[in-house]
Design a protein around this ligand. Structure first.
Ligand code: SF4
Length: 362
């Protein structure tokens, strides 16, 4: 029996307990993508901070309670030797319905072996691996400033595909960062991913963050709209087998469609269109223990090392409360996909629209 997402239904009304944690397990990376909001940020304050050890993570995890969604992030997460152990700690203590492992795919054998270990250790959670693909062949290599990376990512795709039949709780997807450099080649990227038989979901993340090179954020909104419309078509096609395999996949697909539409409108209107639950339903933990309400705001809530490795204690501080109160005034806005997910799924006012999208998915 899988961990059910419906265990979190009360959070729709209370919004008191975080259901979605993004944990940046490392800042190390073996690629050099100039559009990476985490590594190439103009803010270098945290570059030298010490990573949380496995022992520290074991102390932190129980204080988060049950999680709906645990997204690992980095850096390249598979560079951490103890990624399977970290996954096991959260699996045991937080029973996440979904665990997300994004990767640049540059370490095919290591990624395959670690993923299989995680699949074995965490049988009641959906384990989703997302391969980064931002262009085809040398376009991808050039964008990521990493020669040979397209071939490596495709090798990883081949190795991970072998696991799909053995592990029904495994989801394999592709994510493309949409930026100024690849916006004219989105059609060819989408066409390419469409014929990868084992990729069930292709998502697009709009470039974000305080990048050192701002030119990557000069995107054309019409081109973004066209790309998300094409992905929406894929999700709605009758013959398409391109959707998640897990129970509740249709709701997730409907949320994806609504989310892309809202992001597109947010871009057009330049303001927040729906309430944001960052800090109440979503939290971000960095590799050095800093806690943020989201990946965008640079005002942190504190360092969990200073609060006995306990998130509940940290959230009670005046500093945390001040930041969280400032979010509810609606002044900030963003297009960050992960926050939109909870902002949609936990907002009853959006359920009629979500239901309409749901009914259009065959
Ligand atoms: S709207 Fe965006 S920037 Fe503002 S708190 Fe929510 S996720 Fe963060």
């Amino acid at each position: 029996m899988m961990y059910s997402p419906f265990r979190h239904i009360n959070a729709v009304f209370t919004k008191r307990h975080p259901v979605h944690l993004t944990f940046f397990v490392t800042r190390q990376c073996n690629a050099a993508c100039p559009f990476c909001f985490y590594l190439r940020t103009a803010d270098t304050r945290h570059d030298l901070a010490e990573e949380l050890s496995l022992e520290e993570i074991k102390k932190i995890s129980p204080s988060f309670g049950d999680l709906l969604w645990l997204a690992f992030s980095g850096g390249e997460i598979y560079l951490r030797d103890d990624l399977p152990e970290i996954s096991r700690v959260f699996y045991k203590n937080n029973r996440p319905a979904m665990m997300l492992f994004p990767t640049n795919g540059l370490l095919p054998g290591r990624i395959r072996d670690m993923t299989e270990q995680i699949l074995r250790d965490c049988p009641k959670s959906i384990i989703a691996v997302k391969l980064s693909l931002d262009g085809l062949q040398e376009d991808h290599d050039r964008l990521r400033r990493t020669p040979g990376s397209f071939a490596k990512t495709m090798e990883t795709y081949g190795l991970l595909s072998e696991l799909l039949d053995c592990y029904p709780h495994f989801e394999l997807g592709v994510n493309t960062v949409f930026c100024s450099e690849n916006q004219d080649r989105m059609d060819s990227i989408i066409d390419f991913v469409n014929v990868l038989d084992n990729i069930k979901t292709h998502t697009i993340s709009l470039v974000r963050g305080n990048l050192a090179n701002k030119s990557f954020t000069a995107i054309d909104r019409d081109k973004y709209r066209r790309a998300v419309d094409r992905l929406e078509e894929n999700l709605k096609k009758k013959e398409s087998s391109r959707t998640y395999r897990f129970r509740g996949a249709r709701i997730k697909a409907a949320q994806d469609i609504l989310q892309r539409n809202l992001i597109s409108r947010t871009l057009d209107e330049g303001k927040r269109l729906i309430p944001c639950y960052a800090g109440s339903l979503n939290l971000v933990l960095t590799e050095s223990g800093e806690v943020y309400p989201c990946e965008i705001l640079d005002r942190g809530l504190g360092n969990i090392r200073d609060h006995g490795y306990n998130i509940q204690r940290l959230l009670l501080t005046d500093m945390a409360k001040a930041v969280l109160n400032s979010i509810s005034d609606g002044q900030c806005y963003c297009t960050h996909e992960c926050n939109f997910m909870t902002n949609i799924l936990f907002n009853p006012r959006l359920y009629p629209t979500l239901a309409l999208e749901y009914l259009q998915i065959k």
